[in-house]
Design a binder for this molecule. Structure first.
Ligand code: PGA
Length: 250
C-alpha cells in the first residue's frame, strides 16, 4: 500500500472570522486534489471553519494529554473532536520551546489524541546549533524515539513532520540531500518501533515551504507531504503547494 501525500497548513496564532474566506477558497482546490489536505487552525476558528471546509480536514495545533480537569487555557482531544476537528499537531517546536514541552509530554499528547480518535501530526526538528555541530540526524532520531506513541492502530492516521527549527519562518531551507538523509533515518526509526506499519506512516517536511520550492521537496524520497506555516495563511500561496503535491500523486 502506498503512502498518499498530505499537505497540512498551520495557521499558528493567526486568523479571525474575516479570514474564513481563505478556508472556502482552499476548499475549491482541496475538493479536486488527489492528496489529503488539512488546515490546523486556532481553536476559536475550528467550528466555523469546519462548516466552510469541503473536501479537507480541519485540525487543532495542540492538545492536552488529560481528558479534562484543572488545566486553564488548554484544550482536550474530546473538545477538538466536539468542535469538528479531525486531527491535531503535537510537539511543534514553538510549543516545545515556548511552553517547555518535553518529548514525554509530546508522546502523552499523541497517545491521548490517537486514542480519542484524532489523527496526529507529530513534529520534531533540530536547532541551528545542533545542525552546525553535525548532530542533526542523531538528535532528531533521539527526539522521535522519545516522542512516538507506544502503538498506532492505523498508520494512515499518524504522521511525523520533520521541521528544522532554523528553517521555520526564515526562508532558509535544508538541501534536498539533507532532507533525504533525515527522512531515511526517520523511516528507519518508525520501522524499528512499529515494524511493517512504520512503512505506512507519512513523514512530512516543514520549514519555509512555498510554491517555489514545493515541487523539489515533494520529489525527495520519503517526503510524503508538507507542514506549511506562513504560506498556508491564504489560498493564493497554499493552493499551488496543494497542486504541486497533487500533480505528483500517482
Ligand atoms: P513556515 O512554518 O512554513 O512558516 O516556515 C512551518 C511550521 O512551523 O509548521
Amino acid at each position: 500500500m502506498a503512502r498518499g501525500k498530505l499537505v497540512a497548513g498551520n495557521w499558528k496564532m493567526h486568523g479571525v472570522a474575516a479570514d474564513l474566506g481563505e478556508v472556502n477558497a482552499i476548499s475549491m482546490a482541496a475538493e479536486t486534489a488527489r492528496i489529503d489536505v488539512a488546515l490546523c487552525l486556532p481553536a476559536t476558528l475550528i467550528e466555523r471553519a469546519v462548516r466552510a471546509a469541503r473536501g479537507f480536514a480541519i485540525g487543532g495545533q495542540d492538545v492536552h494529554q488529560a481528558d479534562k480537569g484543572a488545566h486553564t487555557g488548554c484544550v482536550s482531544a474530546a473538545m477538538l473532536l466536539d468542535a469538528g476537528a479531525r486531527l491535531t499537531i503535537v510537539g511543534h517546536s514553538e510549543r516545545r520551546e515556548a511552553q517547555g514541552e518535553s518529548d514525554a509530554d509530546v508522546k502523552a499528547k499523541a497517545e491521548a489524541a490517537l486514542s480519542a480518535g484524532l489523527d496526529v501530526i507529530l513534529c520534531i526538528g533540530e536547532s541551528d546549533a545542533v545542525r552546525e555541530a553535525g548532530h542533526a540526524v542523531d538528535t532528531v532520531c533521539g527526539q522521535i524515539d522519545a516522542s512516538l506513541p507506544e502503538s498506532i492502530a492505523d498508520p494512515a492516521r499518524f504522521s511525523v513532520a520533520y521541521e528544522p527549527i532554523w528553517a521555520i519562518g526564515t526562508g532558509k531551507v535544508p538541501s534536498t540531500d539533507d532532507i533525504a538523509e533525515m527522512h531515511a533515518a526517520l523511516r528507519g526509526r518508525l520501522i524499528h518501533k512499529f515494524g511493517e506499519a512504520g512503512k505506512l506512516v507519512r513523514i512530512l517536511y516543514g520549514g519555509s515551504v512555498k510554491a517555489s520550492n514545493a515541487v523539489e521537496f515533494f520529489a525527495v524520497p520519503d517526503v510524503d507531504g508538507a507542514l506549511v506555516g506562513g504560506a498556508s495563511l491564504n489560498a493564493a500561496d497554499f493552493v499551488p503547494i496543494v497542486e504541486a503535491a497533487s500533480a505528483q500523486a500517482s
